[in-house]
Design a protein around this ligand. Structure first.
Ligand code: HPA
Length: 280
């Protein structure tokens, strides 16, 4: 059995505690193609993942692989610029470690962003979707293995995995920013191949509005650590699996992620000042 999560967390935290400085209130995970949001952080301290003891180093295209700590819209934030994906070969528990570290750095809210395909035929590439709930189709959980009671419960509740009060705040923030948003269900898959059209129709029939290769692992870990989550998807491509389904290209995904990134930035500008103070 590998080293327990609590010991890994302690080690990772100890390795950056001095550099991390004052506690962070809000953690933000940047999804594929959304890394430019980190440019808005002022007074930034950058910590490459490679310098965090025991931390996985992200390899996905469009992901830098560093923590960015600093000020954003009047709040002290820690951003993960560079997502860790199951398809890179990371164990689900490696991805959970990152979430626990964000909480240990002081975060009382986790904002997860991602790029996703639109299963819902009403959605257009370039739309932004607030995540109401998720379907975990990855087939794995980051909580498999011995439980660390100091981190969370053996059987954490997931009925409010995306905090309903924070979702309301996000909706209000979108209105103030004049950015129309969708609200829907995110289906998380393993990847890295995109889905077949039959799979996409199945995910849609199962209640999914968007499909992507991240987020569900982190959100399960956040629920375990009792860290409230806001989820925001950038709809980067149509993924209905219908007769007019076009082949997807990574270039197209990044082009639409950039459009969504500007919208998500405008929403966060309104949302961050409205988020509750961290109790961590
Ligand atoms: N499927 C899975 N992941 C994705 C997609 C998609 O269509 N678009 C962006 N990330």
């Amino acid at each position: 059995m590998s080293e327990n999560q609590l010991a890994r967390l302690d080690r990772a935290h100890a390795s950056i505690r001095q550099r991390a400085g004052a506690p962070c209130e809000i953690a933000i995970m940047l999804g594929s193609g959304l890394g430019q949001l980190a440019d808005a952080v002022t007074d930034a301290t950058i910590i490459p993942y490679a310098e965090i003891d025991g931390f996985p180093v992200s390899t996905a295209p469009g992901h830098k692989g560093q923590l960015v700590l600093g000020e954003l819209y009047g709040r002290r934030v820690v951003m993960m610029q560079g997502r860790l994906h199951l398809y890179e070969g990371w164990a689900p528990r490696d991805i959970a470690l990152a979430v626990y570290l964000l909480k240990r750095l002081g975060s009382g809210t986790l904002v997860v962003t991602n790029a996703a395909g639109g299963l819902n035929a009403d959605y257009q590439p370039g739309d932004v979707m607030l995540i109401e709930d998720h379907l975990n189709f990855t087939g794995v959980s980051p909580l498999v293995g011995p439980n660390d009671d100091a981190i969370g419960l053996r059987f954490p509740d997931l009925s409010r995995a995306y905090d309903p009060d924070l979702l309301k705040l996000a909706k209000l923030a979108s209105q103030r920013a004049s950015i129309p948003v969708r609200q829907g269900i995110y289906a998380g898959v393993l990847g890295p191949a995109l889905e077949t059209s039959a799979e996409r129709r199945f995910f849609r029939a199962s209640g999914g509005d968007a499909v992507g290769m991240s987020t569900v692992t982190e959100v399960v870990a956040a629920a375990h650590a009792a860290l409230p989550v806001i989820g925001i998807s950038a709809i980067t491509n149509a993924a209905t699996g219908g007769p007019d389904q076009q082949p997807d290209t990574i270039e197209d995904v990044f082009a639409h992620a950039a459009i969504c990134g500007r919208k998500i930035e405008a929403i966060l500008r309104e949302l961050l000042p409205a988020l509750p103070a961290s109790k961590n």
